[in-house]
Design a protein around this ligand. Structure first.
Ligand SMILES: Nc1ncnc2c1ncn2[C@@H]1O[C@H](COP(=O)(O)OP(=O)(O)OP(=O)(O)O)[C@@H](O)[C@H]1O
Ligand SMILES: [Mg+2]
Length: 244
């Protein structure tokens, strides 16, 4: 923890850089500049207490007008404390949550009007693993390969490749219910890279992990970043880790 003064100056710097980023995004949009990575322009989300836009005292302003541009092939670490709105922002960018305002572009596709195209080019590793405990690692990869429309004759090679990448080849036939937290996370990471998505979102990929698993996931992120050349947006609650 830094001193109060240090924290104040860090916050001021944060506010400044947010302002500068906003100006940059607006200028680039006005100039008609293309963004092949992720462009977020004023995205906001209010979880409303009441329907039909009726305001309530318990409305939660989870995301307030975020402006951000992530260039193609860039890895961005998004830092925020618990409840800062990280998952909400990723939810909007992946078409799970409807924004209350603003717009975004992913790989040059408009989030609102081209959501089907957006879904084709993104991969998501959610904060909490969405896996079926009765299915094996191999079955998960098969299922998601089919969902991703990978040609059937390519799937077996792909499964082997992915399992090797995340060091799960030996447990291909084991049900997920026998997996540790780190193993489940690695499987989720493998799943989100199926189909070589241009843009990958990783929501707190290492939170709650022991140092060894954390190191393994960092190494995986490095692989995704350098080999797939995807644009990667990852969130984290720890400042130290995000900077690493
Ligand atoms: N479905 C919902 N309905 C109402 N409020 C919600 C809902 N989902 C999230 N919130 C609130 O919105 C705010 C942002 O939540 P969000 O989960 O996006 O934050 P986060 O940065 O991902 O937090 P964490 O680090 O705990 O995962 C919080 O105040 C949360 O309580
Ligand atoms: Mg979250």
């Amino acid at each position: 923890m830094g001193s109060a003064n240090q924290q104040d100056s860090e916050e001021a710097q944060g506010a400044d850089s947010a302002y500068l980023e906003k100006q940059k995004v607006i200028q680039r949009m006005e100039a008609g500049a293309e963004c092949k990575g992720v462009r977020i322009a004023g995205l906001s989300k209010v979880y409303s207490q009441y329907p039909f836009g009726i305001k309530g005292k318990k409305d939660v302003h989870a995301v307030r007008g975020v402006f951000l541009e992530v260039e193609e092939g860039e890895l961005l670490g998004l830092l925020g404390h618990n409840g800062a709105g990280k998952t909400t922002l990723i939810g909007m960018l992946t078409g799970i949550l409807k924004p209350s305002g603003g717009q975004a572009n992913l790989g040059g596709k408009d989030l609102e009007n081209e959501i089907d195209e957006v879904r084709q080019i993104i991969g998501v590793c959610p904060q909490f693993d969405i896996l079926w405990k009765e299915l094996t690692a191999g079955e998960h990869l098969y299922l998601f390969a089919r969902i991703r429309n990978i040609p059937k004759h390519r799937i077996e090679d792909l499964i082997r490749e992915k399992l090797a990448e995340v060091n799960l080849s030996d447990v291909r036939a084991s049900q997920v219910l026998t997996f540790s937290g780190g193993m489940k996370r690695r499987l989720s990471m493998a799943i989100c890279t199926i189909g070589d998505p241009k843009i990958i979102f990783l929501d707190e990929p290492t939170t709650g992990m022991d140092p060894k698993s954390r190191r393994e996931v960092w190494d995986l992120i490095e692989v995704i970043f350098s080999q797939l050349r995807s644009t990667v947006v990852k969130t984290n609650i720890f400042k130290k880790e995000t900077e690493d």
